[in-house]
Write a protein that binds this ligand. Structure first.
Ligand code: AMP
Ligand code: MG
Length: 962
């Protein structure tokens, strides 16, 4: 054929066939070496990357009961290989590229292995094991053979036939051809006759040559340009909420889960599709994409579907690797109805099918996605809908598929659906076990059924509005939010007074060996509160505090509360501009500081210098002020970064703090023997419980020396020397402590709280190798009073879950339209309950934006805080694995598509629940525990006259410095 013939694409069917005939004429003269097809070329390259990987072994095992003529079967297999060159093909390299080498026909040997020892059950298990081993044994693409039959003999009339091929010479369609012809060849061999199979008009190598000829020049360019445009800007990865972090390299290990769509459901879906001129396949795919969009939060996603890849009809009777994939891009933007979605998807699918001649490998090459071994390029999820796979019928015997429980997951998820004669659709969802647990996959399939049913029931409904939670699940979610617990609602200083009266002589505070008793602290703070009152401080005023950590700071915080006011922490280390800004914004009645720090502070606010006023304070009466705050009054105002450039003051009432402290001290009781290290700078709300937990329970508050929180060596020493029993750290510091010499000496440490950022299990593991406290992950924004959830941390991979709600806290995981996300599906976390802050000081607009009316509240008027954190509900891992093992073991031998696992939702009643943290949905970051809105930095940079615009990013590597 001359290379000037125009390529096949763009020609009529008749012209294509003529070209094929032309090629056929050249058939006889064809050498035994032929070019590889594009798909073969890819597999050959993959094999070079990972020689002998079984990822592309295609294997099936058949249990054959009844009389079997081994010699006839061997002749039939030889006959098959004689007909199909693909079964005689190996590969070689010519000029750096792989070529097919086709061996002349010869007899195929059928090795027979006896598995005749032991009882029938054991023999079958042994056969199953051997079949799986056979299926996994590597192929040598250069030496071959790439078609490897093997027979296991369990008894005279009981055999297992294992047929293993390399994908480079076969595909799904080929299996059907193979079984059909094998049956005929075997029947003929039994009669010692030649089979009456029609001669094959072409061979696979002809197809490969045809493909190379057809796909070049302008027509190919046009096709590739079309694909390039279609897939431009598509997200390279569909980020589903994996149960485990994605490894750097795919292992291809898989498992599968049965799925069944009853005929009535399919009928309804088909009807809805027909209304939009769409097929059942389009409807199933559109629903699948809608589901994946909800699970991933991605409105733009690509899902693959297989196509036969057999252009000319002459190829239909061939065994060989023709199958290809089409990338179908879904658009879920704008909260579409099913009808709209179908309309959109219909045109995507029709267009894509019209361009299916372009081999997917060429499309990938063209798009040059970032090549990674971690996931497949362009798409990681597949869906197919096809006829049942054909069976094997050997004359005189009965053949049934033998399930080997060896599943290869070339993609993250592959949903293989089959249309049954009775109108039902069923099949298997294959999944990568590196990423997913069985329970998650079952939930995904439940959601798929619910979504399809909802879409079919009312195609004009928005897809996002279709509830995915079962009644049982909704009840479970409600139950998880039933965290009511009746705690007394008190003012913190009143609570402290009760404790001081109980243990007046016990040490309340100590620093560097100096101690202060409960009675002393109570008296000091009472005196100071009277001085504050004398300066006009009362209920609902705010007192800014700028003091270094020390007993004086503790007395000051207590005194401010006793005077009825709220404290506003000012970190002495902060830039003067920032301190001035906060001082002004909070409308402080008074600034409480000392003479060494006052110089850097705004002089316009009246100040009380604690050192200068020592005598005045000492002379004040030490009895309590009578008219003090009630639990609705503010206890503190803590400023956090603001995205528009202005930090905002979060106003927290006593009621919220009282609830937090009551939960904490009940859940983690402290005794007089406990020593709590106070090291968190007091402008973090996490410092709040460090102060109050010991002071409200009679334990000892041990103050780290100023600046000590930045010195890991000092901290580790303090843990040992002070006999600290309770410590809190941000994960960044936990990582550092894990490597710090001397950590083993922190023997008294029994409770280690972590929070403020995602907690990596690996850091937990490293600490637990050296010391043995209970480690707890605490999560909560300042707006929900310190902590909203808690979870016991263990080592492992990934991050520790956030856990369940603390007392009187309700957690809602919602989508963009404030609809609850079902278990397993990511959404934004909203927090409601006792812990909620009053709002942002002097910022009603911003408060209304973040504190929304709570539509799920048990009583009217409830609010919920929008956190900006992406989370999902899940069951705890231990229970999930237990469920998986139980169900996983129930898969029995039987027909691939007909065996139905007897158990599906075993043990679900014993679920335990936890929120999992998935990241932020905005531009808020944590740097060493500091909450920062990148927008605030950008706004500051833009203020500079030399800066037009600014973008701030965070690099996470090497974040080991403190
Ligand atoms: P802050 O107001 O400083 O307590 O910051 C609250 C934010 O820190 C949350 O909204 C989360 O983004 C993050 N955060 C706090 N604790 C955790 C945690 N345990 N795991 C993951 N993120 C956390
Ligand atoms: Mg917090």
């Amino acid at each position: 054929m001359s290379s000037t013939t125009p390529p096949v694409s763009g020609r009529t069917e008749e012209e294509k066939r003529a070209l094929l005939r032309e090629l056929l004429a050249a058939h006889a003269a064809r050498p035994h070496v032929a070019p590889a097809s594009f798909a073969q070329e890819r597999l050959w390259f993959l094999d070079r990357l990972e020689p002998g990987s079984p990822a592309y072994n295609v294997s099936a095992a058949w249990r054959i009961t009844g009389p079997l003529e081994v010699a006839a079967l061997e002749r039939a297999l030889s006959g098959l290989a004689r007909r199909h060159e693909a079964l005689r093909t190996t590969f070689a390299v010519q000029q750096g590229a792989p070529v097919q080498v086709i061996a002349p026909p010869s007899d195929v040997a059928l090795p027979v292995v006896d598995v005749v020892e032991g009882p029938a059950e054991e023999r079958l298990e042994a056969a199953r094991r051997m079949a799986a081993e056979e299926a996994d044994s590597p192929f040598d693409l250069e030496r071959g053979p790439l078609f490897r039959p093997c027979l296991l003999r369990l008894a005279g009339d009981d055999h297992v036939l294992v047929l293993t091929l390399h994908h480079a010479v076969t595909d799904g369609w080929s299996q059907g051809v193979m079984y059909r012809e094998l049956a005929e060849l075997y029947a003929a061999a039994l009669r010692s006759e030649a089979a009456a199979l029609p001669a094959l008009p072409v061979q696979y190598a002809d197809f490969a040559a045809w493909q190379r000829e057809a796909l070049r020049g302008e027509a190919l360019e046009a096709q590739l340009a079309w694909w390039r445009e279609r897939l431009a800007g598509a997200p390279p990865l569909l980020a589903l909420p994996w149960d485990r972090p994605r490894p750097a390299a795919q292992s291809f290990r898989g498992a599968r889960e049965w799925v069944e769509l009853p005929a009535e459901l399919v009928q309804a879906v088909r009807g809805a599709a027909r209304g939009e001129g769409a097929t059942l396949f389009m409807a199933l795919m559109a629903a699948w994409q809608a589901l994946l969009a909800r699970w991933s939060g991605q409105e733009d996603l690509v899902v693959g579907t297989p196509v036969a890849g057999r252009g000319p009809t002459e190829t239909e009777g061939l065994i060989g690797f023709f199958a290809d994939t089409l990338a179908l891009r879904g658009d879920l933007s704008g909260d579409p109805t099913f009808r709209e979605l179908l309309g959109r998807f219909r045109s995507v699918a029709l267009d894509a099918f019209a361009h299916q001649e372009t081999p997917f490998d060429r499309v990938v090459e063209e798009l040059r996605p970032d090549r990674t071994l971690s996931y497949s390029p362009i798409f990681q999820v597949m869906l197919s809908l096809g006829p049942p796979t054909p069976g094997l019928a050997l004359q005189g015997a009965e053949a049934q598929p033998l399930v080997m429980e060896r599943w290869i997951a070339r993609f993250d998820l592959t949903l293989e659906l089959v249309e049954r004669a009775d109108g039902a659709v069923d099949g298997w969802l294959y999944y990568a076990t590196q990423l997913f647990d069985a329970a998650t996959i079952r939930r995904l399939l439940d959601h798929y059924r619910l979504l399809l049913a909802g879409m079919a029931a009312d195609p004009s409904r928005r897809v996002g509005e279709i509830g995915l939670a079962s009644d049982e699940e909704r009840a479970a979610l409600d139950g998880w939010n039933r965290t009511e617990r009746a705690h007394p609602v008190r003012c913190i200083h009143a609570w402290f007074r009760e404790q001081a009266a109980r243990t007046p002589d016990a040490a309340a505070v100590s620093i560097d060996g100096r101690e202060l008793s409960f009675a002393e602290l109570d008296a000091w703070s009472d005196r100071l509160s009277r001085v504050l009152r004398g300066r006009g401080v009362g209920v609902e005023s705010r007192v800014a505090v700028c003091l270094e950590r020390g007993p004086g700071l503790v007395a000051a915080l207590l005194a401010i509360l006793k005077a009825g006011a709220a404290y506003v922490p000012l970190d002495p280390g902060y830039p003067p501009e920032r301190l001035a800004w906060v001082l002004e914004d909070c409308g402080a009645a008074l600034l409480l500081t000392d003479s060494s720090l006052a110089a850097g502070l705004d002089a316009s606010v009246p100040a009380l210098l604690a050192d200068r006023a020592a005598e005045e304070i000492a002379a004040a009466p030490a009895d309590a002020l009578a008219d003090s705050a009630d639990p609705e009054n503010a206890a503190y105002v803590i400023y956090t970064s603001g995205s528009t450039g202005r930090p905002k003051g979060v106003v927290v009432p006593h009621r919220a703090l009282s609830n937090h402290m009551a939960w904490m001290l009940e859940r983690f009781p402290l005794s007089a023997d406990d020593r709590v290290l106070q090291k968190t700078p007091f402008l973090f709300d996490a410092s709040v419980w460090e102060f109050w937990a010991p002071l409200l329970s009679g334990a000892r508050l041990v103050l780290a020396r100023p600046g000590g929180e930045k010195d890991p060596a000092y901290l580790v020493r303090a843990l040992a020397e002070e006999g600290i029993t309770v410590l809190q750290v941000v994960p960044t510091l936990l990582r550092v402590l894990a490597d710090e010499p001397g950590l083993e000496d922190a023997r008294a440490l029994r409770l280690l709280f972590c929070g403020g950022e995602a907690l990596p299990r690996e850091a937990v593991a490293r600490v637990l190798e050296r010391i043995h406290p209970e480690i707890w992950n605490l999560y909560g924004p300042t707006e929900a009073c310190i902590d909203a959830t808690f979870h016991r941390a263990e080592g492992g991979a990934g991050t520790v879950p956030l856990g369940a709600g603390i007392d009187n806290t309700r957690l809602h995981v919602l989508d963009g339209a404030l609809r609850p996300a079902p278990v397993g599906v990511p959404g934004e976390l909203y927090i409601a309950g006792e812990g909620l802050a009053r709002g942002y000081l002097g910022r009603p607009g911003l408060t209304a934006e973040r504190f929304l009316p709570d539509p799920f509240a048990p009583a009217a008027g409830g609010r919920m805080y929008r956190t900006g954190d992406r989370v999902r509900w899940n069951e705890s891992a231990s229970v999930r694995e237990c469920v998986g093992a139980f169900v996983g073991g129930s898969q029995e031998a039987g027909h691939e598509q007909q065996s139905r696992p007897p158990f599906t939702h075993a043990l679900t009643h014993s679920r335990t629940h936890a929120l999992e943290y998935l990241g932020r949905i905005d531009h808020q970051v944590k740097v060493r525990g500091y909450r920062i809105e990148l927008g605030e930095i950008e706004a500051a940079l833009r203020k500079h006259p030399g800066v037009n615009d600014a973008v701030v990013i965070v690099r996470s590597e090497g974040a080991k410095v403190l």
